[in-house]
Design a binder for this molecule. Structure first.
Ligand code: NAD
Length: 487
């Protein structure tokens, strides 16, 4: 299937071979080329935006039930081909096949969730300030959305934007990450199968600084829905040439606090899962853990055992491995840099610190899950987003100290608390300056509740009803009534 998608763009309901330069896409577990994408040209970008514009009125004017039906069909088509789509994702991103399949099924779930939301878009009738007036407040789709996505969750991060846009009545031009374009193109295949009208969904490819930037600057794009790094998000915000709506889901540096009342085994299990899943390449990965001093060494001993029990492999050959290859050389290099910085500044290596040995790992971007202890905020592992399988741990001596350190970051995406004492839970959850706080679990983002960051982690929300609000304008219609004639 990848060979059929190689070099292709999906514009106006049809496939065309891009005329621009080619960029190779590599399997990060082996270094082998699996295909190539076309760098979309200015004409092709204009064509995609024009197709989305042409499709907009018809799509927006459809009864909500028809848009809902289309999204249900899309969810069904995606779920029916979960194995095939997961294979594509594993080949380009590196995560093990079973995990990729899980992500595809969550994309299908997003389709069904927003299909259901599409038919529940209500307005309000506001009482007038005089008896002969009343006001209607209705929601209308914004228009053409430019969606720009990263490589760590190639299906879900496209899907949240796609599904909420379509449910609201918007049309969309998607620009996926260069590392993982084929999952997005495979989604376009499913858009075709689901018989979603031509032009409602378009997928173009190419370097972000050119093709993504062109969408940001395009006067025909009404809203940018971006997920990626804080630095690129800031650049996007600063470089728009016309006023347009934006939602920016950006980087994180997420803390976890483990109090003395916590279920220690549950906290360890949570920490290891959310630090190392997808090789730590998650915006809501736990980057740093603050543990109450009396249980600090016990926590470290258990985390070492749990991290060392994780299995690593080529995700295609070992579908049920806990961890696969990292997506490219860059996040691996950053992980090593942050590890070296921590060790040079006095951190203690608890486990990991090197690539796994053996022929199977020789050509891919592999690294063992790594834990460093006795960390301070002078170390990058505690103050910057590593985006790799590296976890920093430090002891604390009082909840206020833990809160101050947890909030000591420009980011505000997700935070985690393990505590059984409900007074502690309330104290911590009200003081953590994050858009998401997960207590005694590590799933900070779920489909039916808003998910978004504060501070340098972004503006706007995905998931839940709030995620769909990002694709509406409100319109106020103020009506004056006369007394009816012949009353
Ligand atoms: P990135 O910012 O480098 O790239 C993201 C996307 O933006 C890519 O498609 C890229 O091609 C494009 N892009 C690059 N320069 C651009 C420009 N000038 N104009 C427009 N588009 C441009 O991020 P990445 O390395 O792909 O992803 C990792 C980052 O994403 C991490 O910081 C991570 O925390 C963040 N992330 C955030 C969330 C969230 O929900 N908050 C989720 C996943 C990832």
């Amino acid at each position: 299937m990848i060979s059929e998608l190689s070099g292709k763009l999906f514009i106006g309901g049809g496939w065309k071979t891009g005329v621009g330069a080619r960029i190779a896409v590599l399997n990060p577990a082996t270094g082998e080329s699996i295909g190539e994408i076309a760098a979309s040209t200015a004409d092709e970008i204009n064509e995609a935006v024009a197709a989305a514009r042409a499709a907009f009125r018809g799509w927006a004017d459809l009864p909500a039930k028809a848009r809902s039906g289309a999204l249900h069909r899309l969810g069904d088509a995606i779920a029916a081909d979960a194995d095939g789509m997961a294979r594509i994702m594993t080949m380009e991103q590196g995560k093990p096949l079973n995990e990729a399949r899980g992500e595809i099924l969550k994309l299908a779930e997003a389709c069904h969730f927003y299909a259901e939301e599409a038919v529940r878009v209500h307005g309000e009738i506001v009482p007038g300030d005089t008896t002969d007036h009343h006001s209607l407040v209705i929601r209308e789709p914004i228009g053409v959305v430019g969606a720009i996505t990263p490589w760590n969750y190639p299906a879900e991060l496209v899907g949240w934007k796609l599904c909420a846009s379509l449910a609201a009545g918007c049309t969309i031009v998607i620009k996926p990450a260069d590392l993982t374009p084929f999952t997005a193109l495979a989604i376009a295949r499913k858009v075709e199968e689901a018989k979603i009208p031509a032009g409602v969904v378009n997928v173009i490819t190419g370097p972000g600084s050119v093709v993504g930037q062109a969408l940001v600057e395009h006067p025909g794009v009404d809203k940018i829905a971006f997920t990626g790094s804080s630095s690129v998000g800031l650049r996007i915000q600063q470089s728009a040439t016309t006023v347009k709506r934006m939602s920016l889901e950006l980087g994180g540096n997420c803390p976890m606090i483990v109090t003395e009342s916590a279920d220690l085994d549950a906290a360890v299990k949570g920490a290891v899962r959310r630090s190392f899943r997808n090789m730590g390449q998650i915006c809501i990965a736990i980057n740093r853990v603050y543990v109450a001093r009396p249980i600090y060494e016990a926590f470290l001993a258990k985390v070492k055992v749990a991290a060392e029990a994780l299995t690593i492999g080529n995700g295609l050959d070992k579908p049920d491995a806990d961890l696969g290859a990292m997506a490219s050389a860059d996040p691996l290099a950053k992980t090593k840099e942050h590890l070296g910085d921590a060790l040079a500044k006095g951190a203690r290596l608890v486990t990991g610190g090197a690539a796994p040995e053996g022929e199977a790992f020789a050509r891919g971007h592999f690294f063992r899950p790594t834990v460093v202890a006795d960390c301070t905020h002078a170390m990058k592992v505690m103050s910057e987003e590593t985006f790799g399988p590296l976890l920093g741990v430090a002891p604390y001596d009082g909840l206020d100290e833990a809160i101050a350190r947890a909030n000591d970051t420009p980011y505000g995406l997700a935070s985690y608390v393990y505590a059984k004492d409900m007074d502690e839970v309330r104290y911590l959850t009200t003081r953590l300056d994050y858009g998401n706080v997960a207590v005694n679990n590590v799933d900070a983002g779920v489909m039916n509740a808003p998910y978004g960051g504060r501070k340098q982690s972004g503006v706007g929300y995905e998931h839940g009803r709030e995620g769909m609000l990002e694709y509406f304008n409100f319109k106020h219609i103020r009506i004056r009534h006369d007394e009816p004639k012949g009353r």
